[in-house]
Design a protein. Structure first.
Length: 144
């Protein structure tokens, strides 16, 4: 059986698009399950964690951080991870006028505060966003 170049290109195109969709879907499900697990595990100390993370925040951003953890974030745990989410750094740095040292110090304090939970949170958030970026690049940037 002889395959043409067009057939091979279409096959490769289908495989890469399928892998992008698979990566995004698996990443989102893992992210959701890990977030639910961590939320249930820490539900008894939720308010204590929110207050401690807010106390670690720079004084300029302290009130906003409490607001984001309690009201804005769909899940309070994602709100506690604000200084560690990669796309939040430019927002905190330039829109909220926090210095690099303040953000790094806040991130380190949150890491110490959350302990082992911190690694699971970072994994959970990065899985979903990596899958989304891969899907967007595969679909819109390199469509063919």
């Amino acid at each position: 059986m002889i395959y043409t170049i067009d057939y091979l290109i279409d096959t490769i195109d289908f495989i890469t698009l399928s892998s992008a969709i698979f990566t995004f879907t698996v990443g989102m499900f893992l992210s959701i399950f890990l977030t639910i697990y961590i939320s249930i595990k820490n539900r008894k100390i939720k308010e204590e964690l929110i207050n401690k993370v807010a106390d670690c925040a720079p004084p300029v951003f302290r009130e906003r951080s409490i607001n984001s953890m309690r009201n804005v974030a769909h899940n309070w745990l994602i709100g506690t991870m604000f200084p560690s989410i990669w796309f939040m750094y430019p927002i905190l740095r330039f829109l909220c006028s926090l210095s690099n040292i303040e953000i790094i110090t806040w991130r380190k304090k949150v890491k110490i505060l959350l302990g082992n939970t911190y690694s699971i949170c970072i994994l959970s958030l990065n899985l979903s966003f990596t899958g989304l970026i891969y899907l967007v690049i595969r679909t819109f940037v390199i469509p063919y």
